[in-house]
Write a protein of this length. Structure first.
Length: 66
């Protein structure tokens, strides 16, 4: 995942960024949030999805060939 311009690691992503990462629509990302498969912070005006939540979602929903 990308790092920010100042060299610090990104900790949160917008719904639009996550939808781009997964190749989904924004509406689909909001559905994942509603289902609890992704977790977000709404401390600000817009939802932000943590890098940890994205990684947890990917680990839970991808198969390892078993």
């Amino acid at each position: 995942m990308a790092s920010s311009l100042n060299g610090l690691p990104r900790l949160f992503y917008s719904v639009g960024e996550v939808s781009e990462m997964f190749g989904l629509s924004n509406k689909s990302v909001y559905r994942l949030l509603d289902r609890g498969l992704l977790k977000s912070s709404s401390a600000l005006r817009h939802k932000r999805i943590s890098k940890a939540s994205i990684e947890e979602f990917m680990a839970k929903t991808t198969s390892d060939g078993k």
